[in-house]
Design a protein around this ligand. Sequence first.
Ligand code: TRP
Length: 458
Amino acid sequence: MSNNTRENFGSKLGAVLAAAGSAVGLGNIWRFPIETGQNGGAAFILIYIGCVLLLGIPIMMSEFLIGRHTQANTAGAYRVLAPGTPWRWVGRLGVLSGFVILSYYSVVAGWTAEYTVLAIGNHFDGKTAADFPAIFAKFVSNPWKSVLWMLGFLMATHFVVIRGVKSGIEKFSKLMMPALFVIMLVLTICSVMLPGSSEGLEFLFRPDFSKITGSVVLSAMGQAFFSLSLGLGCLCTYASYFSKETNIGKTALNVAVIDTMVAIMSGLIIFPAVFNAGYTLDSGDIGPSLLFITMPNVFGQAFGGVPALAYGVSVLFYFLLVLAALTSTISMHEVVTAYVSEEFNTTRRKAALIVTLACSIVGVVCALSFGPFDGVRIFGMSIFDFFDYVASNIMLPLGGMLIAVFAGWYLDKKLVRDEITNRGTLRASYLRLVIFILRYIAPVAIGLILLGQLGVFR
Ligand code: TRP
């Protein structure tokens, strides 16, 4: 490991925006509205926010302090902090999860690129609700198209990653995050001004506590993990490029606030538009196809009176998805690239190429699982669904729990304190609370998610 040749983020803002770029992605704009829709709206959001504050921020701080202290890739970090112990498997598990998620995430990211092109070509115009499911089904089952888009997306990711930390990842995030925010703001205003938006707003903001069940709580925790990019050492890897002056607590808070704001703005864009278009939430309109079947129809219906507006809004929307997905795929790619390059002593370029090629192979298999490999079932799931299930429902929570235990129990308290207070130069009155959460609350709570996901309570 050659620490002296390692790059750092050039500025604190750059570090925050890169980490926020990782966090903000399809998890916010695709998964959050689906989960909110399926889990009862405002009450789910309140629990979600509780999970972000109580579990998300302390675990994010752990990832940050482990990465910044060791200045190594996530597997190397455990080797440095706990040499000769099985803890290095936590890092390796993270690298493997990053690899798996990147492979199937790139498939959906590819869909967003295809839909951006469809939107630009005005292909949604004049279509009715009945047409969109067929358009989507035809697209995802076309092996060439979805594979090519997936590969294209991985290539774009590759090119940003090989440019390095400062002139690739940081520069790209600094450009994209503000662009993303502006696009979201425009879309939010358009959607909230629709007639009948109040029904959507009410769904988002008036909690019905009778809807809270064990499984709603479990989904909210799982969503918080996925959305904040926690559990696989992604933010640990990014933090290895933080400078010694970066305030870990404040950065974690900033990233969590940005990520949550984007999730809520996505809700504000999607729900008023969905209600305006006359959809109901229990009819299956809110599901994985939300962005690709429901939304194209929503644009036409909601802004149909003004075709130019419907056109503009749909192009902006899909372009927004592409940007958000790209800053997230970059972060997963970086986890694996940093690992390969540092642990196997190869150049960054070679490491990135190996990662891109390997992901392409697994990605092709995932993409084809909607077409030619449709019949292949693993535990009753398609290949794509199986990867998603194992990675996000098992590997991420497991990784997050182990990270909390590692930071709360294994690491020397002084090391944790020094990192969080920047060697005593910052006041951090929350330190004891954070350590308490890492030691007791997070392992128990996440242990419950895990058992819940595995069906123990069913
Ligand atoms: N958080 C991203 C999203 O919301 C996805 C992501 C990027 C991720 N890196 C991660 C998820 C690491 C889990 C772990 O889309």
